[in-house]
Design a protein around this ligand. Structure first.
Ligand code: BV8
Ligand code: ZN
Length: 242
């Protein structure tokens, strides 16, 4: 199928769709100026995940890990939602039963107006204590050293899911519920990280029509019914009803 035919095929499946779910990854925020992980120039070119995105890394060198996240917060603070984020917020209004599952921690879906969202890997603007249940919302980019918990005096850490950490059970349940849908759009993800990638497989197994939006083939392309090669900011708006 050529690009315009595949957009037409995708739009056809979305016409009258009552239950639509979406899984996004770092690629949807690329056009907002936020680097992805595994693309050329991505984060994992300059940092090793085991040095900045595991609980062991934070225990070993909290200041180094915190600095990694504080630098990303700088980038996120200046970023704006792009037409890809906005298109998903519009789709949420157009479809009777809509759910967005994101791997991203940059809060851009919420800033674009999306409300029915599960942040599988947490949110960079929230911190939590390594010892007690205290959580804080960050209003601005913090100092480059980890804050101290107001409740117990131990260290605060980013409220994100690191490698080797379980996802929050309520998020897994919400994502599993979202996998019972007619159409499942997977946008801007390499499909390399689990269990997030598994939700696309679950939706497929549940009989969903899978539409992929990516600038290149991914680990999920083989289960996509239609693969739309292109940028989220360009392709997703084309899927909206007129
Ligand atoms: C867990 C932290 C176990 C926040 C992240 C099977 C089952 C369960 C676990 C595993 C499993 N196999 C392996 C594991 C372990 C591991 C894992 O998945 N490893 C992989 C790398 C092999 N998973 C875990 O550790 C998970 N934990 O399962 O615990 C457990 C069990 C019992 C008891 C205890 C523990 C936790 C995973 C979460 C890790 N945290 N982030 C942060 O710092 O951001 S993951 C990190 O990768 C980000 O969240 C990111 O979102 C995510 C996925 O990456 P992508 O979003 O896809 O980004 P990527 O750069 O890879 O790709 C970008 C894509 O966009 C590309 O395809 C590109 O072509 C495309 N693109 C670029 N520009 C555009 C575009 N597309 C469209 N438009 C554009 N403009
Ligand atoms: Zn505490």
């Amino acid at each position: 199928m050529n690009p315009s035919q595949s957009i037409a095929a995708a739009r056809q499946y979305l016409q009258g769709c009552q239950r639509l779910s979406v899984l996004t990854g770092a690629g949807i925020s690329a056009e907002s100026g936020i680097p992805t992980f595994r693309d050329p120039g991505g984060l994992w070119e300059n940092f090793k995940p085991e040095e900045v995105a595991t609980p062991e890394a934070f225990a070993r060198d909290p200041a180094f890990v915190w600095e990694f996240y504080a630098t990303r917060m700088e980038k996120f603070h200046g970023a704006q939602p792009n037409p890809g984020h906005q298109a998903l917020a519009t789709l949420e209004q157009q479809v009777q039963s809509f759910w967005l599952i994101t791997q991203n921690i940059d809060n851009l879906h919420h800033r674009a107006g999306s409300q029915r969202v599960t942040e599988l890997h947490g949110n960079i603007w929230r911190t939590r204590c390594v010892s007690c249940t205290h959580r804080e919302e960050l209003q601005a980019v913090p100092e480059s050293v980890p804050p101290i918990c107001q409740q117990c005096g131990d260290l605060m850490r980013p409220d994100v899911v690191w490698f080797g950490e379980m996802l929050d059970l309520k998020n897994i349940e919400a994502a599993e519920a979202a996998c019972h849908c007619e159409v499942f759009i997977v946008a801007g993800t390499s499909g390399e990280v689990w269990p997030a990638a598994g939700f696309c497989h679950q939706a497929k197994a549940n009989g969903a029509f899978v539409i992929e939006v990516n600038t290149q083939p991914s680990a999920l392309s083989e289960i996509a019914d239609v693969s739309l090669l292109g940028r989220c900011g360009e392709v997703l708006p084309q899927l909206l009803e007129n």
